[in-house]
Design a binder for this molecule. Structure first.
Ligand code: CA
Length: 224
């Protein structure tokens, strides 16, 4: 099998490569997130071993990028911490399994064999904007791996913004798409709901993502 290993620590990368080659695999290595996303998108691999902490895009972003491009190559994520948030973030980003460093090489090989047997698993695509991940099928939202509880209307508003990342959406268009009926005389309903969303997706994380454009509407910012 052909395996891409994205790991910037040379010693670790060499050890993984040796282990995989001894197991009969062909291994390509990259040492940063941008190359990982590029090669995993351009060429066919049977699996990707993806370190979370990488220069450039981190492992979560690489994984989200692959899934957004509907590339379902199995991804085994290597996380430095066993924090539950990290594991959830990895799985939210579309990883198939994760392994906490330090790990025994034998365990990595065993996990990888299981993934290779299973093959690519296609999923309903998540919408990822920055560190916010939306699952339209399951109606769930998380930010930095932390689940966020939204009302159906708040969810619809966030999903609409997220389907047009970085685009300034007019209040009227938001009303038409999220409320779908005439809200004449209550044009501030969009602003009210943006306020509700901010309380849930911005304030707890001390990071704003919804940009207000005076006299026009709102945009969900792509980079945070
Ligand atoms: Ca690293």
């Amino acid at each position: 099998m052909r395996i891409l290993v994205a790991e910037d620590e040379m010693k670790m990368a060499r050890a993984i490569r040796r282990g995989l080659e001894n197991d009969g695999h062909v291994v390509e290595t990259v040492d940063n997130g941008d190359d990982a996303l590029f090669w995993a998108s351009e060429q066919r691999f049977d699996a990707v071993v993806l370190d979370v902490m990488l220069p450039g895009q981190d492992g979560f972003a690489v994984c989200r990028g692959l899934r957004a491009a509907r590339i379902w190559t199995p991804v085994l994520m290597l996380t430095a911490r066993s924090a539950v948030e990290d594991r959830i973030a990895g799985l939210d980003a579309g990883a198939d399994d994760y392994l906490v460093k330090p790990f025994a090489l034998g365990e990595l090989l065993a996990r990888l064999r299981a993934l290779l047997r299973r093959g690519p698993t296609e999923r309903a695509p998540h919408i990822a904007v920055g560190d916010i991940v939306i699952d339209p099928a399951a109606h769930t939202v998380s930010r930095r791996g932390v689940p966020i509880d939204l009302s159906p209307r708040e969810f619809a508003l966030l999903e609409y913004l997220a389907r047009h990342p970085g685009e300034v959406l007019r209040r009227g268009d938001i009303l038409d798409n999220v409320w779908a009926y005439d809200y004449e005389g209550m044009s501030n309903v969009v602003d009210v709901y943006v306020g509700y969303l901010r309380k849930k997706i911005e304030h707890p994380f001390d990071s704003s993502v919804i940009k207000a454009v005076r006299g026009v509407g709102y945009a969900l910012e792509v980079d945070q």
